[in-house]
Design a protein around this ligand. Structure first.
Ligand SMILES: NC(=O)c1ccc[n+]([C@@H]2O[C@H](COP(=O)([O-])OP(=O)(O)OC[C@H]3O[C@@H](n4cnc5c(N)ncnc54)[C@H](O)[C@@H]3O)[C@@H](O)[C@H]2O)c1
Length: 420
């Protein structure tokens, strides 16, 4: 059937109105208060809540949720005692939610939720927030296994349909030095990318002993870094930042295959759960590009948290944001920003303007890159992107109860641990 020009104009105009209406459903007038909720009231959650509250006018923290009362109260007291946020905290006893289901009530009470629990819970929390039509600031990483990543990718698509904003705590993407560097790399200033490398090598992190009478679940939650179902292991929990830069440098591509090795040589006491203390991986990207990745948490070794990209016409290093070669460049001194603040300003401005940012696909792919790295190191087998993405192994227990037995999984042994 032929559509007349007039009819086409009418239809387009109607569609335009509908689309404009859709885009504005979540836009908040500058005078409207954006109600913020915090799920996971630890160090980063408290920091993110402060940065979010400082990101504009008419912002209120209205609800918090945590597995534990001491953490929830600690975060609220800290924000109430902070001159920068004290007038923006409106959390009552009724809107302080405790327990593993606290996220549901926080989401219901808020326009925008900050998700900052250990990452094992993140897919469920992201999914629920998108389903409820709420904007999200999500800390990285966003999952610990293939099923969790698939849930995030579904939520990414649903959030796009609903025009929801999702900003992720892969903060290098909001950091001036990285943004300026990536613009140049993408514009070809170092030529074709021939190789790249990234590191998160550091000493030890905090740990918590199991107190007398404490159940398995409480101890693992309070000591979450050391259990893959909660943290993904440190390659996922920490090194995801550097792997994200690798994916970003290659124009948001991702590896197709990984081969790596790792183990647990120093941090072997039971308090360190079952995770590894070192990883080294050769990631293969499309077109035969190889990226070296290392992650170590061992005291007394060479430390290095950085990335570098080697091109046919030059080389970029993240330290000082410098390019050497045919088009030398360096970020002028003192022009870098605070990316932890910038990510929240971007989020609030986007909500206010009725625009959409959706970082979920990029952060889900960077998280899967790290998961793939863990899988090859735990098993000693080559792992493809599709194997990691389509893995049916859900490492997060289906049901959790405070009095449950939750044995510490065995430490993986390359060559013996099955690839699943
Ligand atoms: N972007 C960054 O630079 C950066 C820095 C640090 C941490 N992080 C990320 O932030 C997240 C939190 O890390 P953190 O350092 O704040 O840890 P944390 O241990 O200080 O805080 C985690 C909080 O979540 C709570 N919690 C655990 N399970 C919960 C559940 N099911 N429901 C509600 N609350 C629950 C804990 O009780 C705790 O208060 C992690 O994903 C971590 O990787 C990001």
């Amino acid at each position: 059937m032929k559509t007349s020009r007039r009819k086409f104009m009418q239809t387009s105009a109607a569609a335009g109105v509908a689309l404009a209406g859709l885009a504005n459903v979540h836009a908040q007038n500058n005078n409207d208060t954006i109600k913020i909720g915090l799920v996971g009231c630890g160090g980063r959650g408290s920091g993110a809540a402060e940065q979010c509250l400082r990101a504009g006018a008419n912002l209120k923290l209205v609800a918090v949720g945590d597995a534990f009362r001491d953490r929830a109260d600690g975060a609220v007291n800290g924000l109430r005692n902070n001159p920068a946020t004290r007038d923006k905290v409106d959390v009552t006893a009724e809107r302080t939610f405790i327990g593993l289901d606290a996220y549901r009530q926080v989401i219901a009470a808020s326009d925008l939720v900050i998700l900052a629990t250990p990452p094992g819970f993140r897919p469920t929390h992201i999914h629920a927030a998108v389903e409820a039509g709420k904007h999200i600031f999500t800390e990285k990483p966003v999952a610990v296994d293939g099923p969790g990543i698939r849930k995030c990718l579904e939520a990414y698509a649903a959030a796009n349909e609903k025009k929801l904003n999702i900003v992720a705590g892969t903060q290098r993407r909001y950091q001036t030095g990285y943004l300026e560097s990536m613009k140049r790399i993408h514009d070809g200033d170092i030529g074709d990318i021939l190789a790249a490398r990234c590191y998160w090598n550091q000493g030890r992190l905090w740990h918590r002993e199991k107190a007398q009478g404490m159940g398995d679940l409480e101890w693992q939650l309070r000591n979450w870094l050391y259990f893959a179902w909660l943290s993904g292991d440190h390659i996922v929990e920490q090194h995801v930042h550097n792997l994200d830069v690798m994916n970003w440098a290659t124009k948001n591509s991702h590896p197709v295959r990984a081969v790596g090795m790792g183990g647990r040589q120093v941090r072997t006491a039971p308090v360190f759960g079952h995770i590894f203390d070192h990883f080294a991986i050769d990631f293969e990207y499309p077109n035969g590009l190889h990226v070296l990745s290392m992650a170590r948490q061992i005291e007394g070794c060479e430390n290095n948290v950085s990335e570098a990209v080697v091109g046919s016409k030059g080389q970029w290093v993240s330290s000082g944001y410098r390019i050497s070669g045919e088009k030398p460049w360096a970020l002028p001194a003192r022009t870098d920003n605070n990316p932890y603040q910038a990510e929240h300003v971007a989020l609030i401005e986007s909500i206010r303007a009725g625009r959409q940012i959706n970082d979920l696909k990029n952060v889900a792919e960077s998280t899967l890159t790290a998961i793939m790295g863990r899988m090859t190191c735990y098993t000693g087998k080559a792992v493809t992107w599709d194997q990691a993405l389509n893995s049916q192994t859900n490492i997060v227990p289906d049901r959790l109860a405070w009095d449950m037995n939750l044995p510490v999984p065995p430490v993986a042994v390359p060559g013996q641990t099955e690839l699943r």
